[in-house]
Design a protein around this ligand. Structure first.
Ligand code: MG
Length: 382
């Protein structure tokens, strides 16, 4: 299997490298693309011997080129697209963070390459376009997100599905009051009880915006109306998600929280192999499983996402862009956690929705919203 990893130095990318190492001889790595963590990229070059390497900045590209003259070194957004377009790939893992994922994902689809998708923003921003092109090009979109990976495994006959049940750990503030959430520090918010992830997604998990993005992701991946997608809080994160069929049967996928399993599943699909976490699950150790309804007053971002998804068009683009920029401002300690919700809501309310946006309109909307949020933060208009 010839694969590439876009975002090899991030949390998912590093775990994908561990999965690859665990299966010697199974994968050939065509390209690895990282940000500017050059030291880690060098280690990965030595380990994986890729044909192409892509970094964020030109200066780091020059540095790597000097050290590895035989490797084709690329850089920037164009470099990512070039790496994603290499037809030698059987499958590409898109694990870059935020809106960076959209263009290379589309490039890979145009070249008929299957996608292991760990970047939910791609579908939140342009799910209609991405899924349509994938269908036309006969390209598989295999979801890495543990919930969607679970649903993918539970789906046998799509025509007989009653609803999708997406589980949510509830994040660090599940048992906190609304005032605790309003006054939460960056450190408290980054302390996720179940999953060890990148910073942006960890903040999204604390506000449940991550679950909202996943609802939109599920809508596109599985072509399911929003009325048939239910979010259930499940603090142990053992049931990764489930599918209810029309006869009332529910099929769920279980396991201890680990991203190695869903990553490996998307990289080896349709086959399964012994991996890093094989034999790790134990019902007795798991003990008990709790389920609860999400509290939309404490976590109003989840409702924003349902609203954005149901309206469709450019509204999910606005929500995604506003949320991402606001999360960056929160991480920089410029705004409170609650302002992330307020800014996102404000931007959504003031937007005139374009019903069926082109890709250009999606990128224009994205940029406009990000500029507006940065100005709001700068001028303290929150
Ligand atoms: Mg998830």
């Amino acid at each position: 299997m010839k694969i590439s990893i876009l975002g090899s130095t991030g949390s998912i990318g590093r775990q994908a490298v561990e999965v690859i190492q665990k299966m010697p001889g199974f994968f050939e790595v065509v390209s690895i693309c990282g940000g500017d963590n050059v030291e880690l990229l060098k280690q990965q070059i030595e380990l994986l011997n890729p044909k192409n390497v892509c970094v964020k900045s030109e200066s780091n590209a020059l540095l790597l080129k000097k050290e590895y003259p035989k490797v084709n070194v690329l850089f920037g957004d164009e470099g990512l697209v070039e790496a994603a377009s290499d037809k030698t790939n059987d499958r590409i893992l898109v694990s870059v963070s935020g809106k960076t994922g959209l263009k290379p994902t589309l490039a890979a689809i145009e070249n008929g390459i299957d996608i292991a998708l760990a970047n939910k923003e791609t579908l939140v921003m342009a799910g209609d376009i991405v899924m349509q092109r994938a269908k036309e090009k006969n390209v598989n979109i295999l979801p890495v997100d543990s919930e969607h990976g679970a649903i993918h495994q539970c789906l046998s006959n799509r025509n007989e599905v009653e609803k999708l049940i997406i589980t949510a750990s509830g994040g660090p503030f599940r048992n906190k009051t609304i005032d605790d959430i309003k006054n939460a520090t960056v450190e408290e918010t980054l302390h996720h009880p179940r999953w060890n992830m990148g910073k942006k997604i960890t903040i999204d998990s604390a506000t449940l915006m991550n679950k909202g993005l996943e609802v939109i992701e599920a809508h596109h991946l599985f072509n399911m109306p929003y009325e048939k997608i239910q979010v259930v809080v499940h603090p142990q994160s053992i049931v990764h998600s489930a599918v209810e069929y029309v006869d009332g049967s529910v099929i769920a996928q279980l396991g201890f929280p680990s991203m190695h399993i869903p990553i490996q599943y998307t990289l080896t699909y349709p086959h399964r192999f012994e991996g890093i976490e094989t034999k790790s699950f134990d019902f007795i150790k798991a003990g008990r499983l709790d389920f609860d309804a999400p509290d939309l007053e404490k976590f109003p971002c989840l409702k924003l996402a349902f609203d954005a998804g149901k309206t469709g068009g450019t509204l999910p683009v606005v929500m995604n862009a506003a949320n991402e920029e606001a999360v960056f401002a929160f991480l920089d300690k410029k705004i409170s956690l609650w302002s992330v919700y307020e800014i996102t809501k404000k931007m959504m309310l003031s937007h005139s929705v374009i019903k069926k946006p082109s890709l250009d309109e999606i990128f224009e909307t994205d940029k406009m919203v990000r500029d507006a949020v940065r100005n709001m933060v700068l001028n303290k208009q929150i």
